[in-house]
Design a protein around this ligand. Structure first.
Ligand SMILES: [Zn+2]
Length: 285
């Protein structure tokens, strides 16, 4: 956070230094086309494969094959989900929230890709439908589905409150990943990463630019849907914060289950699975 009272005087040319043009770091016009219309057409023909319920304050992992769709659905009440994504065949490759944010902005929606870490850096999934796209940004600068938060975790909880709480999203995802891939908790924990905060309403305060949350506008029936761009495993935690309108990292909030539905398209016409980055990795040597 910046000091309320800076310790150093503004230079004489401060106004000039502040008046430079804003330049978008990563213009998107040269990104590969996600071909959303074709994906939506494949989705229209797709049939339900599997339906899994994520209990409150717990997480579940589900495999999604390349070209299949996965819908994350609000079912019983307003509830936020913390989403991790791995390459099913190599969990070292995982969702990279920072690069996704740098490319697509603080909050994602239909048409955006969810990218993986270096050296792979490819779309793990593309967002094909988001029933909360109407929300846009509110007057506080808040929106849904952020890639700016991390995940609620027992370490920060311990740091800030001296309490031990074991059902933070970080721990829920650790247990779910360990169970899914038969890893021990220590191994699994190292693969849990910064999340996409599904349905969560967040932003930065105008004055101090601190990360804030507000009660999620999600209601039962709302969903966000992804098309897997390679074989992925998703981990979804039903956050102990519930709608994250008040507290998280405790059992205080009303908490509801989430549902994960996977769909297989009738055919994969026009679908091209994503490949890892073509960078040669010589790093100049
Ligand atoms: Zn959480």
């Amino acid at each position: 956070m910046k000091l309320a009272l800076p310790q150093h005087k503004e230079p004489r040319d401060a106004k000039d230094r502040r008046s430079k043009n804003v330049v978008v770091c990563y213009p998107l016009d040269t990104l590969p086309d996600t071909n959303l219309a074709a994906a939506v057409a494949r989705r229209t023909e797709a049939g339900l494969l599997e339906s899994v319920v994520v209990p409150p304050r717990a997480a579940v992992c589900v495999d999604v094959k390349a070209g299949h769709f996965v819908r994350i659905l609000s079912i019983e009440g307003p509830q936020v989900g913390d989403l991790n994504i791995w390459n099913t065949h190599n969990i070292e490759e995982r969702f990279y929230s920072g690069k996704t944010r740098a490319l697509h902005g603080t909050h994602v929606s239909t048409g955006d890709s969810l990218w993986s870490n270096f050296p792979y850096m490819r779309p793990l999934a593309n967002i094909t439908c988001d029933t909360l796209d109407w929300y846009g940004f509110d007057e506080d600068g808040g929106s849904v589905h952020d890639v700016i938060g991390t995940r609620c975790d027992p370490y920060t909880q311990r740091l800030l409150s001296d309490e031990e709480y074991h059902n933070c999203c970080h721990s829920n995802l650790t247990r779910a990943l360990a169970d899914h891939f038969s890893l021990n908790l220590d191994e699994a924990e190292m693969h849990v990463h910064d999340v996409m905060n599904v349905f969560m309403l967040t932003g930065f305060t105008k004055e101090t630019h601190q990360y804030f949350m507000k009660a999620s506008p999600v209601r039962p029936g709302d969903f966000i849907e992804l098309e897997a761009q390679t074989d992925i495993t998703i981990g979804l935690s039903a956050c102990p914060g519930g709608d994250c309108g008040d507290k998280h990292s405790s059992d205080a909030a009303d908490c509801f289950p989430l549902q994960i539905d996977t769909y297989a398209p009738k055919n994969l016409d026009g679908f091209i699975a994503s490949g890892p980055s073509l960078y040669n990795r010589s790093h100049g040597r």
